[in-house]
Design a protein around this ligand. Sequence first.
Ligand SMILES: Cc1cc2nc3c(=O)[nH]c(=O)nc-3n(C[C@H](O)[C@H](O)[C@H](O)COP(=O)(O)OP(=O)(O)OC[C@H]3O[C@@H](n4cnc5c(N)ncnc54)[C@H](O)[C@@H]3O)c2cc1C
Length: 472
Amino acid sequence: MRLPAISDLKMLDISNSDQVIVIGGGNAALCAAMTAAESGSEVLMVESAPKPLRGGNTKYTRDIRYMHDEDVFTGGSYQFQEFFDDLLKVSGEVTDLQMAEFTIRNSTDIPQWMSDHGIIFKKEIQGTLSLKRTNVFFMGGGKALINSYYDRAEKLGIRTLYETTATKVLVSDGVFEGVILKTQKGEMKVRGKSIVVASGGFEANAEWLSTIWGEKTDGFQVRGSRFNTGLPLKSLINAGAQTAGDPRGGHMVAVDARGPKFDGGIVTRIDAIPWGIVVNIDGMRFYDEGEDLWPKRYAIWGKLIAEQKDQKAFAIVDSTMRRKYMPTAFEPIVSDTLEGLAAKAGFNAENFIRTIKQYNESAMDLVKAGIQPGSFEASANNIVPKKSHFYSPVQKPPFFLYPLRPGLTFTYMGVKVDRDAAVISQRGKMRNVFAAGEIMSGNILRSGYLAGFGLTIGTVFGRIAGKEASSI
Ligand SMILES: Cc1cc2nc3c(=O)[nH]c(=O)nc-3n(C[C@H](O)[C@H](O)[C@H](O)COP(=O)(O)OP(=O)(O)OC[C@H]3O[C@@H](n4cnc5c(N)ncnc54)[C@H](O)[C@@H]3O)c2cc1C
C-alpha cells in the first residue's frame, strides 16, 4: 500500500519491528505501555485526542474496585466471594465466569501498583455510592490519574503521538503486520513487533450504535470521550477477531437531559432516583426506583429510559428528600405544585397526578408501623411497579424535577481475549495482537455493572497485555 508520508510521523522509524505499539491513551493503554516499557521494550502510544483532551473515559473516573483483605487503603476487607457475588448480582449473568474470577483474583495488587506509578489516594467522596470498603478513590480524580501516568510514561521513554488515529490494524494469518495511522496531514503504515489495542468501546460512534438501537440512538448522550468511535475494534473484527459480549450491552445511566451530547463526564449523572419517583412522558412510573442499594442499580437506568417514548423520563423528589443525593450540575426544575412541575417539564399532567396519588397512598401503613420514610427498609409492595426500598411519599412542596436521558458510559461488546489478553480469532489465538480495557470488557460484562470495575478490567488486562506484547 502506498501512503503519503506525514511530516509529523517522519521521525518515526516505521520499519522498527522491535517496538510495541499501543493504541489508545486511557487507563488500559497506559497500564500496557508502562508495563511493556518496564519489561524492556520500546513503546509507541497512539492517542486520537489532542493532548488537552487525552485520557479517554478514564479522565472522568474517580475510583477503582479491587479484592483485598483488611488493608490500609480501605480499612476493611473485600474478599473474593463477596466481590464475585456482587458482580453476579448486578449483572444477572456474566459472559464468562472464569474470566470474571480471573479478573477479580488479579486485582489484589492494584492500589500498590498504582501508588508505585504516581497515584495518590484519598478518602471516599462524601455522599457518593457507599464504596468506602470496596473501592479506593484517587486524589484529583481520573484527570490527575491520567496526568500522573503520562508523566511516568514519559520518564520511561514512551513516545506518544497525539491527534493520531489508528484506522486499520493489519493482521494476516493471525500475525500483526502493521497499523495505519491517520493525522490531519495524511496516513502512514507503522510496524511493530506486537500491538496492544486499548482504544475503548464504540460509544461515540452514532452510526454503529444506530445499527443496534435504531432511532433511539438520537436520544442518547455519551458521557465519555467523543474519540471512542471503535475504529480499531471494527478493524480487528474485520480481520477475523471473535467478538465477546452483547452488542446491546453497555453501561448506561440516567443523565440530565440538559447535559452535552458528549463528554458530560461524571457531573450530569442524576442520583435522585431512589429518593422519589421516575415517570415517563405519559406521566407513568415504569420501574422500581428503589430496587437495591444505588451503586448496584444505577447502571440499569439508562437502558430503562432508552426504552421509553422519545427516550425521555423525569425524576421527581419532594423537599424532604432534596438533600439526600449528590449535588447536580444543573439546578432542578422547581414548582410548588405537581401540576406546575408537569407543565414546566412538558409531560402528561393528568396521568402524573394519578400516579403520584396512587404512589402516596400505597404505603400509608409505613408511617404507622414506625418505619422511617426514605430508609432502606421502607417499601411499597402494593403498587405496580413496586418500590422495594427508600419509599417516601412525594407530598411536601416545593417539588423538584430532573429531566432524564439515557447516558451511555461505555459499550461492552468487544474482541474475545484469553488470559494473556491475546485476541482470539476464528482460527485461534492471534500471535502478537492484544487487547485491554473497554475494548474487551464484553469478555466479562454482559448487562449490569459494578461501580469501579471498568478500571479493574483495564488495569488487570492492560498490565498483562503490556507484558505479553513485550515478550514477543
Ligand atoms: C463519566 C464516567 C465516569 C466513570 N467513572 C468510573 C470510575 O469511577 N471507576 C471505574 O472503574 N470506571 C469508571 N468509568 C468507566 C471507565 O472510564 C472505563 O472503564 C475505563 O476508564 C476505560 O479505560 P480504557 O483505557 O479501556 O478506555 P478509555 O479511557 O476510554 O481510553 C480509550 C482511548 O482510546 C483512544 N482512541 C479511541 N479510538 C482511537 C483510535 N482509533 N486511534 C487512537 N486512539 C483511539 C481514546 O482517545 C482514548 O484515549 C467511568 C466512565 C465515565 C464516562
